[in-house]
Design a binder for this molecule. Structure first.
Ligand SMILES: C[S@@+](CC[C@H](N)C(=O)[O-])C[C@H]1O[C@@H](n2cnc3c(N)ncnc32)[C@H](O)[C@@H]1O
Length: 317
């Protein structure tokens, strides 16, 4: 029997979570993240063991520094980062890994036990939970958009009640808040299995606007985010400039896209002294944006990916 999409409440707070077969809980977790759509129109789609062949390819190409400083961006549930970290540790490669995603801090807003919504800190709703049944947002079918509209409007209003507190989440830890009979429970929108891997740090990081990691990493990986289907060329170039600025001299950038059949097409780039990338390895057909990476202008003051007031929420798939 195939798994149904779990609600955020079931996934994070245990109720109804399948206790049997680990494979089934992996499947339901993957279904959950696939069902989540961000404000900028990208999805949190990921899958266990999605990048195993990429991990194997990269292992022999890594820069010699130890501990190796690695950042995996746009990681969704973080499961691919966790699997990569475990494989590096098994190979005896000493490293620190930071996993970033545009939305990590999320909130479960509950109106009693029968109606819940998963929201980001801007109040964007990512899932409705009606009596334990997950409703994808926006609902794909027109008739469901009409049917669920009253619940969506109600939960948007409820999310607005907590607006200021959700934006200041970092000061509040994991305590739930209550107001007018509505509860707002903070949660980290990553795989619950990551709790077993405390050495993997997760951060909220929008790669279009966050310039706070200048020259911090030997390796940066961007898998299933720098896709032409998600962003226009100007946006992709700004993201690339930002990721390049995060690399230490001689660093490595890995760009991958998994196609609909699950095949990974990736290119590994090495950063030269002149600030230009060179392709050093390829998996299958290579990255679909290899030309953009190779044509980036040499390093200059523009590399901090200046923020023009636009956020990645302005871009859609
Ligand atoms: C398709 S998933 C890829 C997950 C994982 N890297 C993989 O390959 O399985 C895309 C992820 O990018 C994140 N994302 C979208 N826009 C982003 C941005 N501007 N900065 C960082 N992450 C972003 C989404 O939240 C989502 O988790």
């Amino acid at each position: 029997m195939s798994a149904t999409v779990p609600t955020a409440f079931q996934l994070y707070f245990g109720a109804g979570r399948p206790q049997h077969a680990a494979a089934q809980s992996e499947e339901s977790e993957d279904l959950f993240f696939h069902s989540i759509e961000l404000r900028n129109g990208t999805r949190k789609t990921t899958r266990h063991h999605r990048l195993d062949d990429l991990n194997a390819l990269v292992q022999d190409l890594l820069p010699p520094h130890r501990p190796l400083e690695i950042m995996d961006v746009a990681v969704s549930s973080g499961i691919s980062s966790a699997e990569w970290l475990v494989s590096l540790e098994r190979a005896g490669i000493e490293c620190h890994m930071l996993a970033g995603d545009a939305v990590v801090d999320a909130f479960l807003i509950s109106l009693g036990r029968g109606l819940r919504a998963l929201a980001d800190k801007t109040g964007h709703l990512m899932q409705l939970d009606i009596a334990g049944e997950a409703v994808r947002l926006p609902p794909p079918r027109r008739r469901d958009r009409i049917r669920y509209m009253p619940f969506i409007l109600l939960m948007k209003a409820a999310a607005r009640l907590f607006g200021a507190q959700t934006r200041a989440r970092s000061q509040s830890g994991n305590r739930p808040w209550r107001r007018l009979g509505i509860t707002c429970q903070p949660l980290t929108l990553m795989s619950p299995s990551l709790r077993r891997l405390p050495q993997l740090r997760a951060v909220e990081d929008d790669i279009l606007v966050n310039t706070s990691y200048a020259q911090r990493f030997h390796v940066v990986r961007a898998a299933n985010i720098l896709n032409r289907a998600y962003f226009d060329v100007v946006t992709l170039e700004r993201m690339l400039l930002n990721l390049r600025a995060r690399l230490l001299p001689g660093g490595m950038l890995i760009v991958c896209r998994t196609n609909e059949s699950g095949v990974n097409h990736a290119t590994v780039f090495a950063l030269g002294d002149d600030g230009r990338f060179r392709a050093s390895a390829r998996l299958n057909e290579g990255s679909e944006i290899a030309d953009l990476v190779l044509q980036l202008p040499p390093t200059s003051h523009r590399d901090a990916a200046p923020h023009s007031g636009q956020t990645s929420s302005d871009y859609r798939k």
